[in-house]
Design a protein around this ligand. Structure first.
Ligand code: ADP
Ligand code: MG
Length: 582
């Protein structure tokens, strides 16, 4: 294709392009102008807003510019340099391709466009609704600058729909960030009413994301990972399992440089993180996916926020596998710290929690509905305080074979022990749960028959859930048989299991934790119901045995993702009583 030369689309192509209201508000003007600027190959793009963009929007770039001979076509509908034929539609890699943005803007606002190609003369175009478009020679540096004013001035009904300048301004600023994020090599600036608001110099993707969405965590928490498989590739900037929020405010997805609202991609990120995410918390994760243009369709939404993949399972599974691998890779260095409650531990050699694969019949990453287990999760302020203290205090997790001294049991749930110049608090239930969970991958426990077989009624979803898990449960020492549809009999359970068999179904649901891999769910549930509980009294030999085993765990988190221990080092203890002052 002869990029850069504009021509009118044949009507049949024009018809195939999803029409619809393109220009709704200043943010839509910003979206279209920024897309054009990015498509122009610019190294630097600036956006100036006045009155939230209602009074004026100006986008300037230093891109390839528009050749003078293209000016007569510029504001005509379906004038585009980016597609010529029907087939091109499937292949477009540029952001804009409908060839109607400038025309739609010109229909509802005053538009002034100044452009110069390298070495070429500069031209200026002025267009006002209801007037002939005028253009002529001008002078300008290389690149294009478009100013849009008096939006909807001749359309009072539509102008009334606009919100306050501040609201319109923040919508426009959001569009600015959405465009700037996936293009970290381009310098982006946002100026509002003459005040510089966002300066995003060319940088790494990680630095771009963090400067656009700064958070109160040390930068060292954040990393950028890349993966490639079968023509798909991705980058994810994430904060690991420590930087967590009670909602999805720091989760975003981009496909081929476009921000998309796609729940299945968000879910894929969460499944990739499962095992590291305590219930009800969400990671800091920005996903940038690259999919061959013919395997993805953006045209279903006029603003191109929705996306349809040819093979969405493959895409989800790719995201899940890449993240899971990255999170459990042993070379990830986390700041290790005293507040090990959120501590990272290397999962090298840990059981693979991620056996979901598109190839496996049951490996389909499917998603459970959200469950927010009761319990207190830290507020943003508490997390920020934790992060600050983490940045200050650093200790090392005791080695697997480090000497330790058990002090005793406190608060009914912690085993307190001293090791390596620090005091450690081990959650006896969570630790034991993890130990059993890992053990269950290695060997099947003995089966213990029930004196009286238990009948379980399971209709609808419950029946399906039992059917999905029966095989995995039986492999763990249960004997669960389906007598007829909706009716099951439990004949035996694993030795040491002390759950109420009548609650098998709800226990299974609780153990799901975002992953519906039935093997993992069955192990998590069995481990939980076999582990010592909060409040169980332990003698010293039992406590010592538990600490020893816990220290040698490759993954120091319970199967639901919660940490199993935290510590207080000498330094922190001294600081708390001001023996040392920082
Ligand atoms: P589309 O982007 O869908 O092709 P537009 O109406 O947004 O349609 O733009 C029409 C054409 O004007 C583009 O195809 C491009 O050739 C040219 N153009 C618009 N803005 C710029 C710019 N900032 N730099 C270079 N060319 C531009
Ligand atoms: Mg465009």
């Amino acid at each position: 294709m002869d990029e850069g030369r504009i021509s009118l689309l044949p009507p049949e192509v024009a018809r195939r392009i999803a029409a619809g209201e393109v220009i709704e508000r200043p943010a839509s003007v910003v979206r279209e102008l920024l897309e054009n600027a990015i498509d122009s190959g610019a190294a630097s793009i600036s956006l100036a807003l006045e009155g939230g963009g209602i009074d004026a929007v100006r986008v300037s770039d230093d891109g390839r510019g528009i050749p003078p001979e293209d000016f007569p076509l510029l504001c005509k509908p379906h004038a585009t340099s980016k597609i010529r034929t029907d087939d091109d539609l499937l292949r477009v890699r540029t952001l804009g391709f409908r060839g109607e943005a400038l025309a739609s803007i010109a229909a509802v606002a005053e538009l002034e466009l100044l452009s110069s190609t390298s070495g070429g003369a500069a031209f200026k175009l002025v267009s006002r609704p209801g007037h002939e478009v005028e253009w002529g020679p001008a002078s300008s540096r290389k690149g294009t600058s478009v100013t849009v004013k008096a939006l909807f001035d001749r359309f009072p009904a539509r102008k009334r729909f606009l919100k306050r300048a501040q609201t319109e301004g923040s919508l426009a600023a959001q569009v600015f960030l959405d465009r700037a994020l996936p293009h970290p090599d381009i310098d982006f600036r946002l100026v509002a009413d003459g005040e510089p608001r966002r300066m995003l110099p060319p940088s790494s993707l990680r630095a771009r994301v963090l400067s656009a969405y700064p958070v109160d965590f040390p930068e060292s928490f954040f990393r950028e990972m890349k993966a490639e498989s079968d023509g798909l590739s991705l980058s994810i900037v994430h904060g690991g399992p420590e930087a967590l929020w009670p909602d999805r405010r720091h989760m975003q997805c981009f496909v081929n440089h476009r921000r998309v609202q796609d729940f299945s991609l968000l879910k894929a990120i969460e499944v990739g993180f499962s095992g590291f995410l305590p219930g009800g918390l969400f990671p800091y994760a920005f996903l940038f996916l690259e999919v061959p243009p013919d395997l993805v369709d953006f045209n279903i939404h006029p603003a191109k926020k929705e996306v349809r993949f040819k093979d969405s399972r493959a895409v989800q599974s790719f995201v899940i596998r890449s993240l899971a691998r990255d999170l459990s890779s042993s070379d990830v260095q986390r700041p290790s710290s005293l507040d090990r409650a959120e501590g990272w531990s290397s999962a090298a050699g840990g059981p693979s929690l991620w056996e979901m694969d598109a190839e496996k019949p049951n490996g389909r990453p499917s998603f459970v509905s959200e469950r927010n287990p009761a319990g207190h999760w830290p507020s943003k302020e508490e997390l920020a305080a934790l992060a600050a203290s983490r940045a200050t205090f650093r200790t090392v997790h005791p080695d697997a074979d480090a000497p330790f001294k058990v002090i005793g049991q406190v608060l009914g749930v912690f085993i307190v022990f001293e090791a390596g110049d620090a005091i450690h608090f081990l959650d006896q239930h969570a630790a034991h749960e993890r130990i059993i969970f890992d053990r269950l991958t290695e060997r099947k426990p003995l089966s213990q028959p029930l004196l009286i077989p238990l009948a379980i009624d399971a209709v609808g979803d419950d029946d399906e859930r039992l059917a999905a898990h029966a095989e995995a449960l039986n492999a763990l020492g249960f004997r669960l048989e389906r007598t007829e549809e909706g009716s099951w009999t439990l004949l035996a359970h694993p030795e040491g299991y002390h759950g109420d068999p009548g609650e098998l179904l709800s226990d299974l649901a609780d153990a799901g934790n975002g992953s519906e891999d039935p093997t993992r769910t069955a192990r998590a549930m069995t481990a939980c119901k076999s582990a010592i509980k909060e409040g169980d009294a332990l003698d010293f030999p039992a406590m010592e045995a538990l600490v020893r085993e816990a220290l040698s765990l490759p993954e120091k988190r319970c199967p639901h993702g919660r940490p199993i221990m935290f510590s207080m080092g000498r330094e922190e203890a001294y600081e708390r009583i001001r023996r040392i002052v920082r």
